[in-house]
Every structure is written in structure tokens, then in C-alpha cells.
Design a protein. Structure first.
Length: 229
């Protein structure tokens, strides 16, 4: 795969020197020799292609949030998370195929929603801890003292929204989970998909951007039509 990538880089630059490129940050299609399937998530290859791209100091088009599972089960959740984690830690610049299942033969909106929560968790887990006068809050500690309450202190009001609070992962007591209908993560992801499809609207692209896209489409259509003739 690495040889193929380097060949692609050379060919691209021979055709148009200085053309911007990105290299793939996933396994590139080697088959699982036990099943003869081109798997999306293989333990021995996680992070290797991305690391090679970063070694060459080139942008990396990575893969994450994917799974070879056929249903939303433990394998799906584990492989989705692991692939996102390795893409993040190894430095992929853009990550694609979030929500793909069954080695790319299926797609799941529910898995996309679940992966979105996982991405939020991973970003929070890897962003580091800021240590400065504001986060140490020694003045607030001194002001409140050992018997006071921090809950309504201005420092708490400034920062209580800083942590990552998942919309889907259950972090409450068992009794509250029962009261709310004993919903699984899959149940909640399905509800979130329905909510997004019913309520989400997308702002249109600026007119100049639309014009550039239309120009590209017309240019490519010209060559396609020409080849058809």
C-alpha cells in the first residue's frame, strides 16, 4: 500500500507539479486472509498508514467510526471507537466513513449519531488539562472555605458547562433509567436520528461558492458527455 501511495504522489506531481494531495490513512484494501474480505478495522494495521502519511509530512485522509459488524452490537461500538481513537491519536487530518458497517457495504444513521457522541468523548479525553490561576481557583477555595458551598459560586457558574456531557450515554442512577423507559443506546440513537431528520435545516452555501461548484460540475459533465459521444 505504501508503495502505491508513493507512486500516486509521483504520478500526481508529474501531471501537475505542486498539485495538493492527501494520502490515505487506512489499510487500503488488503484482504483478511481468513475470510477474504477487505475489512475496515484490522487490529494489526490501526494507525500505521496514518503514521506513514505524517512521516511524509502530507495531509492524511483517514478512516474512523466504522465497523465490520453487521448490526449495532458490542463489536460495532468497539470498532467504531477504536478506529476513531487511532485516527485521532495518529493525526488524520480528515476522517471519513463514519457510520459505515459491514466493511463498507452498509451504512447506519444510528451509528453516525453514536459515533458523534464518541467523538465528543474522545476530544474531551485528549484535549489536556489546563492548569492556571483560573482553573486552580485558589481564590475561590480561600473564599468559600472548608464549610462553604461551591455550587452557586461565580467560578462554578463560569465553568460548570466546560466538561463533556453526553446526550446519549446514560450516566444517571438505575432508578432514573427505569423511569425514563429503560432505553438502550440504540433506542436513543434512533430517536435522535428521527429528531434530526424532522427538525434540522442547513443554511445554503454562499452564491459564489455555489457558482464555483456549478462550474466544476459543468466542466466534468462536458468531459463525460464528450466520452459518451
Amino acid at each position: 500500500m505504501n508503495a502505491g501511495i508513493l507512486l500516486g504522489v509521483v504520478l500526481a506531481q508529474l501531471v501537475r507539479e505542486g498539485a495538493p494531495i492527501a494520502v490515505p490513512g487506512w489499510n487500503g484494501g488488503p484482504y483478511n486472509l481468513k475470510t477474504m474480505v477487505g475489512n475496515y478495522v484490522l487490529a494489526d494495521e490501526q494507525g500505521v498508514p496514518t503514521s506513514m502519511g505524517k512521516h511524509y509530512d502530507l495531509p492524511v485522509f483517514g478512516l474512523g467510526g466504522s465497523t465490520d459488524a453487521k448490526v449495532l452490537d458490542h463489536q460495532a461500538g468497539m470498532e467504531c471507537t477504536i478506529s476513531l481513537m487511532t485516527a485521532l491519536l495518529h493525526g488524520a487530518n480528515i476522517v471519513h466513513d463514519v457510520g459505515f458497517m459491514d466493511s463498507g457495504l452498509q451504512g447506519s444513521l444510528q451509528l453516525q449519531v453514536m459515533a458523534n457522541e464518541t467523538i465528543g468523548f474522545l476530544r474531551a479525553a485528549t484535549r489536556g488539562v489546563v492548569v492556571d490561576d483560573e482553573t486552580l481557583a485558589l481564590d475561590a477555595i480561600d473564599e468559600v472555605g472548608p464549610t462553604g458551598s461551591f455550587l452557586q459560586h461565580p467560578h462554578t457558574m463560569r465553568h460548570y458547562k466546560d466538561p463533556f456531557y453526553s446526550k446519549l450515554f446514560d450516566k444517571g442512577p438505575y432508578s432514573l433509567w427505569e423511569k425514563n423507559g429503560r432505553l438502550t443506546l440504540e433506542d436513543k440513537a434512533a430517536r435522535e436520528v428521527d429528531r434530526i431528520l424532522e427538525t434540522h435545516t442547513v443554511d445554503p452555501l454562499p452564491e459564489d461558492v455555489q457558482a464555483k461548484i456549478n462550474t466544476i460540475v459543468k466542466r466534468e459533465q462536458y468531459w463525460i458527455d464528450g466520452k459518451k459521444e
